[in-house]
Design a protein around this ligand. Structure first.
Ligand SMILES: NC(=O)c1ccc[n+]([C@@H]2O[C@H](COP(=O)([O-])OP(=O)(O)OC[C@H]3O[C@@H](n4cnc5c(N)ncnc54)[C@H](OP(=O)(O)O)[C@@H]3O)[C@@H](O)[C@H]2O)c1
Length: 120
C-alpha cells in the first residue's frame, strides 16, 4: 500500500508503541499529527522526522482524559485543513494485577484513558 504523502494521527505518540508507530510511518513518508501530554518529547520527534524524512509534522499537546479533548484535537486538525487517512488510536495505559484487588477509581481512569472520543 502506498502511504507516502498521506496524513496519520498518532495519539500517545510521545513514547512506547505510539512513538514506534510514528517512526515507522515517518520512515514511509507519512505526514503526522502527534498527540500526547509531553510536548517536549513530541517536538523532539517532530524535529527529527522533518529533518530525517522530510515529512510534515504537527504536534498537539493534549491530555486525552479531559472531557472534550478528542473534539479539541479534531478541531485543531481540521482548522489546519488536514484530512486524515490513518488513525493510530494508541494513547492509554495498561493495568496489571487482579481486577477485584484494584481500586475502582484506577480501573475507571484506565478505561477513560483508552480514549474513545471523550464526552462532548
Ligand atoms: N505494551 C504492551 O504490552 C501493551 C499491551 C496491550 C495494550 N497496550 C496498549 O497500547 C497502548 C500503548 O502502550 P505502551 O506500552 O506504548 O504505553 P506507554 O509506553 O505508557 O505509552 C503510552 C503513551 O500514551 C500517552 N498517554 C498516556 N496517557 C495519556 C493521556 N491522558 N493523554 C494523552 N496521551 C497519553 C503517553 O504520553 P504522555 O505521557 O506524554 O501523555 C505515551 O505516549 C496503551 O493504550 C496500552 O494500554 C500495550
Amino acid at each position: 500500500m502506498e502511504v507516502r504523502g498521506k496524513w496519520a494521527l498518532v495519539t500517545g505518540a510521545s513514547g512506547g508503541l505510539g512513538a514506534e508507530f510514528a517512526i515507522l510511518l515517518a520512515e514511509r513518508g507519512v505526514n503526522l499529527v502527534l498527540a500526547a501530554r509531553n510536548h517536549e518529547r513530541l517536538d523532539a520527534l517532530a524535529t527529527d522526522f522533518r529533518s530525517r524524512h522530510g515529512v510534515e509534522v504537527v504536534t498537539h499537546p493534549v491530555d486525552m482524559m479531559l472531557p472534550g479533548a478528542a473534539l479539541d484535537l479534531y478541531h485543531a486538525i481540521t482548522k489546519r485543513g488536514i484530512a486524515l487517512d490513518i488513525l493510530v488510536n494508541n494513547a492509554g495505559q495498561g493495568l496489571q494485577g487482579a481486577f477485584l484487588e484494584r481500586p475502582i477509581e484506577t480501573t475507571d481512569r484506565s478505561c477513560n484513558s483508552t480514549f474513545l472520543p471523550s464526552p462532548i
